[in-house]
Write a protein that binds this ligand. Structure first.
Ligand SMILES: [Zn+2]
Ligand SMILES: [Zn+2]
Ligand SMILES: [Zn+2]
Length: 262
């Protein structure tokens, strides 16, 4: 069976354009909305199940854009606002359409934070903790949380459908040895490339160069840099970004709405 993976949002926390920024990248994204980057979420569609990975503050707009009218499961990579801020957007879907709680798989350490932040969503989600290294099966597609390096407890998800494998690590600085071993030889490594130019937070994020280097290190067939901020130390336009990755041949910069068939 096949699955498809949709990158709903491919921006970092500030989004692109950022309301407070007028760099070349933000100017371009204001002129050409197709170059905008909403905050990071993704969808795994196995045919039978739709699994939402992270609920960015932009998730409502993302679901509308992709014509997704059903969510069966939610998995969060970690408890940062740009990945959980849209949880409340599912309230009326659950109350008016689905009429039963959606299973929400959180990092084990985030259960308390969820309860404290969203007491009003207690009957919207059936909260569970995912476990590192455990494979969750949805039909023929397996999803395995693997540790990322991101300061707080954070997973990347390794998806396996038959022989096809895809690793999604939107927030990570390199990979812990065991995770790197698990993702070796993946067909797609979709990974953190928050910074262009200097990496201001080298313990929690990667730059574009580091993302590409990680893809080579784990021998990924294709590397897909995502979670791009575009601005910070050296703002970059879409054309410049394409020119930078073109020589590698197997690096495709993620964009909002990118579909990958597993
Ligand atoms: Zn900017
Ligand atoms: Zn984060
Ligand atoms: Zn993030």
């Amino acid at each position: 069976m096949e699955g498809s993976f949709i990158l709903l949002g491919t921006g970092a926390g500030p989004g692109l354009p950022s309301f407070f920024c007028n760099c070349a990248g933000c100017q371009e994204a204001r002129r050409k909305p197709e170059l905008a980057r909403t905050r990071s979420s993704a969808l795994l569609d196995t045919g039978d199940s739709k699994i939402l990975i992270d609920t960015s503050p932009d998730v409502r707009r993302q679901l509308l854009r992709e014509g997704i009218d059903r969510i069966d499961y939610v998995f969060l990579t970690h408890w940062h606002y740009d990945h959980f801020g849209g949880l409340g957007e599912l309230e009326y879907y659950v109350k008016l359409a689905r009429r039963e709680p959606v299973p929400l798989f959180l990092p084990p350490s985030a259960g308390k934070q969820f309860a404290a932040a969203f007491p009003n969503l207690a009957d919207v989600f059936a909260v569970r903790s995912w476990a590192f290294g455990r494979q969750y099966l949805f039909g023929a597609v397996g999803l395995t949380p693997l540790p990322a390096n991101h300061g707080i407890e954070t997973a990347g998800f390794l998806l396996a459908a038959g022989a096809a494998r895809l690793a999604y690590f939107p927030d990570t600085a390199g990979l812990p040895a065991l995770s790197a071993q698990q993702v070796t030889g993946v067909d797609w490594l979709i990974c953190d490339a928050t910074f262009h130019g200097d990496n201001w937070y080298p313990d929690v994020h990667m730059s574009l160069e580091q993302a590409i280097a990680l893809g080579r290190q784990v021998n990924a067939r294709q590397t897909v840099p995502t979670h791009l901020a575009i601005h910070y130390s050296r703002p970059v336009t879409a054309r410049e970004l394409q020119a930078e990755v073109a020589p590698y041949g197997n690096v495709v910069v993620a964009y909002d709405g990118m579909h990958i068939t597993l």
